[in-house]
Design a binder for this molecule. Sequence first.
Ligand SMILES: [Zn+2]
Length: 213
Amino acid sequence: MELAAATGGPDYYYPNKMVRIILLAMEEVMGRNGVNAVLNLAQLKHLVNNFPPNNFDRQVTFSDLGALMHALDEMYGPRGGRGLGLRAGRACFKYGLKEFGPVLGIADLAFRLLPLHMKLKVGADVFAETFNKFSDQVVRLGEAEETFIWEIVRCPICWHRHSETPCCSLAVGILQEALYWVSGGKNFEVYETTCVACGDELCTIVIEKKPLD
Ligand SMILES: [Zn+2]
């Protein structure tokens, strides 16, 4: 795997708040020293011991986010990096819920009373909307008989990256934990089938509707 040279095209942004959540989640999974090492490797020294402020200003580029996730794979190897990405993704949801939960309405009684299938559908819709509204990430939600299809049309996790296998494990982890929470403690099969870093047109994450347990 290697990082592609910047193309010189326009860059896109994540809000400080979301990047802060990612870094806090990484810190929970790998410790402060681990995060700092990854930040250094990603040439993001300005963020070492200096996470972005907790606001909605869009100030972190997709290039920086791609470099961060690339450094994780580089440091721990693709397999180790993906495992940490998954775990960090799951932790992201927990921090994200604290920040975004109140504005999303998914903790409301009316939501909790919905049948499982509707909960998953409404929940996934709300999450897609959250990324579309607060960041430059673009998510499209599709549905087949047995699956939901989470398409990331513009994905920061693999921005400017090249990879043999799909590498947006952070997004897979976030979705796994979101589904766990939305369903009141059920686990779902979630996996990435296409990835821009592999040369695909977009990143596709498939969610099986039927819980594993
Ligand atoms: Zn991606």
